[in-house]
Structure formats: structure tokens, C-alpha cells
Design a binder for this molecule. Sequence first.
Ligand code: UTP
Length: 475
Amino acid sequence: MNIDTALYRRIEAAEQLEVLRFWNDIDEAGQRKLAAQLAAINWEEIPGLIRDYVLQRPKTEIPDDLAPAKYFPDRAVDAESADLYRRAVAAGENALRQGRVCCLTVAGGQGTRLGFDGPKGTYPIGPVSGRSLFAYFAGSILRAGQKYGRPISWYIMTSLLNCDATIEFFRRNDFFGLAPEQVFFFTQGTMPAIGYDGKLLLGARDSLALSPDGHGGTLLALRKSGALERMEQEKTDIISYFQVDNPLVKMCDPRFIGLHDLERSDMSAIMLAKTGPFEKLGNFCVSGGRLHIIEYSDLPEVLAQKRNADGSLAFVAGSPAIHMISRRFVSELTADGVLKLPWHRADKKIPTVDAQGNPVKPETPNGVKLESFIFDALPLAKRTMILEGDRKEVFAPTKNATGVDSAESCRQMLVDRDARRLEAAGVSVPRRGDGSVDAKIEISPALVLDDEDAKAYVKTHRVTRIEPGTEICLD
Ligand code: UTP
């Protein structure tokens, strides 16, 4: 088959005809596949992207008026804030009861650091049961729906690379007790990877090397997939956004939902107090009256190290990527069917083919992937709100197989959280001399959403103590 002439001309104008170098060697099915990938590319923007992001390192402009962003502290500081927090909890519970809240998990990433074969959400994270990341979220969403008397819709963003496997996993697990129609899968866009020579990389003779376009792609994908429309029909107007690798997240936290609502915020965020000036979290900053997240690698060292009079970090607010987003805001941003968020460059080892079309797995980075980030929508929001979170209660990222932010550290945080819950409910939990929990404990998220549930659980099941060294899964 011949390639469409208009498409050919566009590829030629972008100086990328090399993508067709195996065209005459591949079968018709392969030609169709490649042609479809090529037709989906905005060729007119490719030369500019290569010039600005590949052939040179993009310079991030750091505004000179950067100031630390204000936030609501985790604990009320006076009677006025205590009253506000009480009202926020009530408002959040109301929103949940009225069915105004839905959940959104971004699960389109490739999870390369974890090195796990399969969608990251299927990773067995349960410290005792080995239940998956998806099972954790599903359990909490199920329980929250029961608690507030309204099933909560769950939107899951996948990418073309993992969408079939994700859906299949849900089917195999009977949607973890959720009604299948409660779960809406949608797929984000892709971007072609570009070699350091400024040429688009082929992943195979009949395929570009495509990768998901970053979690910033969520917003447009919500519109294009019909998810926004569905939310409108369901009358959900608050989207609880979280990442697939944080099973500790409280996606239905009434106080966070309520503050977002009371503040009439477009996009809200949880912040964590950074453990040090250079902790690898994005920094909440204000510039020109707008909220920005400046990546840890871009925050000038003097600002990162700047201290307040009491010795605390001036730029203390780090982002764990937990947001409440108003549906109206997403709707307005994507009204024209386009959303131009800035691109970010990531240097990666991208599997490709050699001159003969044989597969090559590079040992060192050989090109660039371009991604957009959800937090770049923050400066577009007129109203924002930041609430401090308690790290040990809300953030256990599973990025790596071992070490910092790993499956290992995440499992430990889950055990610690469940141990605290049991203790708060009056159960005796064995602790070693250094205070660490001397048992492996896991509580089913479908049974216990919060401390109140934990109390009810231990009462009905008559749990009074956990023996040292035991492995126990309260299901
Ligand atoms: P990360 O930045 O940790 O990327 O994504 P990743 O792809 O999961 O892992 P690495 O970097 O390859 O090791 C943070 C969150 O954003 C989602 C991920 O699934 C994760 O929940 N994400 C990331 C997407 O949904 N789409 C993307 O294009 C990128």
C-alpha cells in the first residue's frame, strides 16, 4: 500500500522521512499500524519541539518574584481555624453523601524504576496478603461509598501500552467488589520519542517508539474520552486525583474535600513539609499571584536553602501529587479540545531498532521523551488551596524496587499506619525497643477506611492484642 500523499508531505516538511525507512519491507498490517501512528502526530509542531527540547536542553525560566506558597496547616492553630476545619469536615461529608465526589487515578505511566512487568497498579503491595495497588484503592472507594451512602465513581487513566492489561486485571478480580459500571477506564495520549540526533525513534520496523504524554495529559484525555461528560451527567463536580503508586492516599478525606469546596477552589493540593532543602518533591511557590510547582531540580539552591527566622525552611511545602480538582475547571481548560501545557524533557533508554531493523536495547540514554505535568495546570487556576498532610498517613510512594520510595518502604508504612489504627482502637500492638512494630499487620481497606471503622472492627471481631512476630491480615 502507498502512504497517503498529504501525510507524506507533512512528514517530509518536518524532515522525518526516516520513519518510513522500512515501509517497503513490512506487511500491510504493519503499514496500516505505522500509518495510523503517523497520522496521529502533529507534524507541524515536531521541528520546534526538537529544536527547543532535544537539540538543546530546555531552560526553565525561574521567575524572580518566587515566594513560598501559603497553606492550611494540618492542625488547627486557633479557635477560628478549628471552626473552619469542623465546617470543612461537614462540607466534605455532605459532598460525599450528595455524590458530588469522584476519584481519578492516573495509571498510564510505565513504572520503569519499579522494574515490574505489567501495569503498576497490578503490583502486589499488600504487606501480608500481597493485594495489589488497585485493590487498595478499590477497597477504600468501596468502603467510602458504603459509609456515605453513595457509590463513588472511579476514573482510571491508562495508556495505550497498558490499557488492555489493566482492564483484564479488573475483570479477573471481579472489579474488587465494585460495580463494573462504577469504574471508567480511559486512555491518555502518546508522544513519539526522539533520538539525540533529532530524528523520531522507531520502536520496531512497523512502529514508532511511543510513550504516554505525561500525567498532564489527563486533563485533555478526560474531555476526549467522554469522562467529563459522564461526570456532568452523574453530577459529580469534585475530582479526587491521585497517583497509582501511593496506596496510603486518603482519596475521600472529608476535610480536604470540604476545604476545597468552601474555598471555591479550582485546583487544590496536599502539601508535605519537606524533610530537607533538597528533598525530591516539587515545591509549592507563588509568582505573579499564581500558584506554581517548581521541580526540585529547578529550584535555585539559595531558595531551597533559605530559612525563616525560626530556622525552618522558607520553601518547605513539597508536593506528593494529591489534588482535588473542580470539574468546571477541567471543562473550561479543555473547552476548545486543546490544552497547551509546557513539555518537560526526560532522557531515557529507549528501545529501538538498528539500521537493519533489528531490536536494540540501549545501555545508556539514547533519546528524549516529552511529558506534560498535571501541576502545570495550577498557574492557570484562579483559585487554589493547599492543605498540609501528615506524611505518615498519606504518602507512601512506590517508585523503586528497593531503598528510598520503594515497595519495601511503602509496605512498612502500610504496616505502621494499620498498627497505629489498631492502637487508637485500643488494641495492644507489639513494638520493639526502637518503637518499630514487631509484627506484619494488614487491615483490609474494604473494611476499614478510618479510625472510626477500625474501632468498630476490633469491637465486632474482639481483637485485643497482636502477638509479637506474627503476620496477620484482618480481612
Ligand atoms: P511517575 O512520574 O512516577 O512515572 O508517575 P512512572 O511512569 O509511573 O514511573 P517511572 O518514572 O517510569 O519509573 C507518577 C504517576 O503519574 C502516572 C503514573 O502512572 C503514576 O501514577 N503517569 C505518569 C501517567 O498516568 N501517565 C504518564 O504519562 C506518566
